[in-house]
Design a protein around this ligand. Sequence first.
Ligand SMILES: N[C@@H](CCC(=O)N[C@@H](CS)C(=O)NCC(=O)O)C(=O)O
Ligand SMILES: [Fe+2]
Length: 355
Amino acid sequence: MIFRQLVDARSWTYTYLLADEESKEAILIDPVFEQVRRDSALLQELGLTLKYTVDTHVHADHVTGSWLLRERLGSKIALMKDSGATGVDLELSEGDTLAFGKRHLRILSTPGHTNGCGTFVLDDESMAFTGDSLMIRGCGRTDFQQGDSRVMYQSIHKKLFTLPENCSIYPGHDYKGRLMTSVKEEKEFNPRCGGARSEDDFVGLMENLGLPHPAQLAVALPANLKCGEPSDGKPMPKEPDWAPLRYSFAGLWQVEAQWLMEHQREVQMVDVRPAEEIATTLGTIAGATLLALDNVVTDAEKLDRSKPIVVICRSGGRSSLATLKLMKAGFEKIANLNGGVLCWSADGGDLVSKV
Ligand SMILES: N[C@@H](CCC(=O)N[C@@H](CS)C(=O)NCC(=O)O)C(=O)O
Ligand SMILES: [Fe+2]
């Protein structure tokens, strides 16, 4: 099975990608709206088809990426029946399964943080995705939405702590850089609900957490009750449309040599190799401007920001570094030539030794 743990550093949310190697069918657990581009790039690079997105609950601290992923990739939205959200394609209840290729997740209902909290257990019980029902040495708060500490204690003890002790726990968040834990560890060391803590001990603790409300609460809750569809008036994230660009998991936009051959005149081509290398080795594309890689952001001031920029080098490596630097410096219409002049010339493009 293919497995990836991804983090959204703004809300410290973990997104999990699970995929069946044979069929290439994938599931994303708890995708984040602002990370849809990143997650789509990973799926694309690994050759996966996103079958379902599934949220462990209606989140209060970030907007889910489920709706946007359905818009862009045609995935189906699965969510616990008790979540109260609209726009769900597949409503889940305890005992249901969510299949991806030959693998599946089994659904456990684990309310307490919210009414509609689910835990997703992998078919062989080696992994459980607990959302905010059980966290690493902690658990989700119970002081808003439909939070209920007594219900939470029962979910943890009757459902999660009865999973095999070596089952790995992957939570919805961690705020201290920890990634995963196990049923055994949490039964022993969880300071809120592990060891000899009784339901009353737990309730007494949970009533006194004193946590401030999540920063994105007012935006996140209404959007998540519609599976992450932005509320009226909120602009949709805009993807660049000046070329058939592909966003890569490396974090930059790329364009193919074939497209550049047909649209050279519409863009500014920038080669970041030394003139000497261009003169003595492969050469470059006629019309390219040379910019020094070690000073690319300052040198780029002479470019026209309104006209798209395609960055070039021999194989697409140094130009990807320059593209990242220029994207960071605020250049919006910019892309790396995928594979550099090696791909350009393999596709039949001419090269010149001097610009
Ligand atoms: N500071 C975070 C909120 C943290 C928070 O309240 N997290 C929720 C999960 S949505 C929770 O249950 N936290 C339990 C804890 O931190 O002990 C933010 O602004 O987003
Ligand atoms: Fe939560």
